[in-house]
Design a protein around this ligand. Structure first.
Ligand code: TMP
Length: 214
């Protein structure tokens, strides 16, 4: 029996990071973890040691370092390959639970729907990079692109966040299509933070509490 792999997806500013913080404090008290299982909180890009360096490169605002769309796709993919090999798979093998802020469907949404890279090319690369490691559950925190911009208006944007609203709308449409196709749990991130956390907790119980009793 392996651990559980839970991924949070959504456009920038949807509140994933806040929710992951909250939920990662709650899970150890929830009764969902078995025996010695621990919780591993991680993210993409930047979940591994090499990934932290890649994250700085990928999100660098310096125009001279702006990657081509293909290079960008491969940088996110390199980050993911390392993340899976060094962090995700070893944790799941130890029966730990992994909560990841983004995974491969961010690439489909941002590089596929956002940058218009052919979806089949992305899926081919994904099949090499993911090494069969896919989430047990993906939670999509849904907000509009307008709301995303409003929430971030006082922050200095990184390179990806500097893309305009049209780009983010395409990414969001992509996420909605993927969410439907893959039957994700969709939670409105326009609600207040504690309502969102409660919906996430209910979803985790619904999906995993049965196994505690097995
Ligand atoms: P974060 O702000 O959620 O940490 O993510 C960094 C940015 O990278 C965010 O704008 C989404 C983007 N991104 C992609 O474009 N493709 C990917 O595969 C991943 C994981 C993130």
């Amino acid at each position: 029996m392996r651990g559980k792999f839970i991924v949070f997806e959504g456009i920038d500013g949807c509140g994933k990071t806040t929710q992951i913080e909250e939920i990662s404090k709650w899970i150890p008290t929830s009764g969902l973890l078995r025996g010695d299982s621990k919780l591993v909180k991680t993210r993409e890009p930047g979940g591994s040691s090499l990934g932290k360096k890649l994250r700085n490169l990928i999100l660098d605002n310096n125009k001279d370092n702006k990657p081509s769309s293909l290079a960008e796709l491969l940088l996110y993919s390199a980050d993911r390959a390392e993340h899976i090999s060094k962090i995700i798979s070893p944790a799941l093998d130890k029966q730990d639970w992994v909560l990841s802020d983004r995974f491969c469907d961010s690439t489909l949404a941002y590089q596929g729907y956002g940058r218009n890279i052919n979806i089949d090319i992305i899926k081919n690369i994904e099949s090499i990079v993911c090494q069969g490691e896919y989430p047990d559950l993906t939670i999509f925190l849904e907000i509009s692109a307008e709301e995303s911009f409003l929430r971030r208006k006082n922050f200095i944007p990184d390179r990806m966040e500097s893309e305009g609203i049209k780009f983010l709308e395409k990414v969001n449409e992509g996420f909605k299509l993927i969410a439907k196709e893959k039957n994700w749990t969709i939670i409105s991130a326009a609600q207040d933070s504690s309502t969102i956390s409660n919906e996430i907790k209910k979803t985790l119980y619904k999906n995993f509490s049965q196994e505690i009793n097995d």
